[in-house]
Write a protein that binds this ligand. Structure first.
Ligand code: GRF
Length: 198
């Protein structure tokens, strides 16, 4: 099985996945790392680590056409499961239909609370006492597909968006590889929005 990682930025989730692949906790290869941003630090890291990688600048591009190009690249590299890791673009229906139930995302809140940008800041400003992160299947809506795993994180009185984000990130690095291993094993079924272990 081959993973395709899509990222736009730092790439710490990509590195956590790569570590788990290296140590055999996820039984697959990283087949391709793609970025829509040429300067993404995560892309530079993928190159350093020697993974096949590619970049196509997305700014100003038509979404359907751009996504078709990305899907072609992933298919050329034999990607079975697509993992969004800080990929700052909504995917088109055409892309999603090429990888049915084969696209995952990680989001830094307990969905459906605080979808979209700056989820940690949204949680802090809302005054919630507990937040966390969510791994979910991707559909055409933003941060909305069926949920695989979640982890909770307390919000402390002294937290800033940065300290809270760091505490959530540690949990992201733990549950994303776990969810990927689970999906690759295929031990689940989906009933409506519920993802049930089998
Ligand atoms: C993470 O907080 C992830 O939940 C969100 O984007 C951020 C990506 O961080 N989707 P990184 O690039 O993996 O370090």
């Amino acid at each position: 099985m081959k993973l395709g990682i899509l990222l736009s930025g730092r790439g710490s989730n990509f590195e956590a996945i790569a570590r788990n692949v290296r140590t055999g906790k996820i039984g697959c290869e990283i087949g391709f790392v793609f970025s829509n941003r040429p300067n993404a630090p995560g892309l530079a890291r993928a190159r350093e680590l020697g993974f096949p990688s590619g970049v196509i600048e997305s700014a100003g591009r038509d979404r359907t056409e751009f996504d078709a190009q990305v899907a072609d690249l992933l298919k050329q590299h034999g990607v079975d499961l697509v993992c969004l890791a800080g990929y700052m673009r909504l995917l088109s229906g055409g892309f999603i239909s090429q990888f049915p139930r084969r696209i995952l995302n990680i989001h830094p809140s307990l969905l459906p609370a605080f979808p979209g940008l700056d989820a940690q800041y949204q949680a802090l400003m809302h005054g919630v006492k507990v937040t966390g992160c969510t791994v979910h299947f991707v559909d055409e809506n933003l941060d909305a597909g069926p949920i695989l795993l979640q982890a909770t994180v307390p919000v402390l009185d002294e937290d800033t968006a940065d300290t809270l984000s760091a505490r959530i990130l540690a949990e992201e690095h733990r549950i994303y590889p776990e969810a990927i291993a689970w999906v690759l094993n295929g031990n689940f079924r989906i009933e409506g929005r519920r993802v049930i272990r089998t």
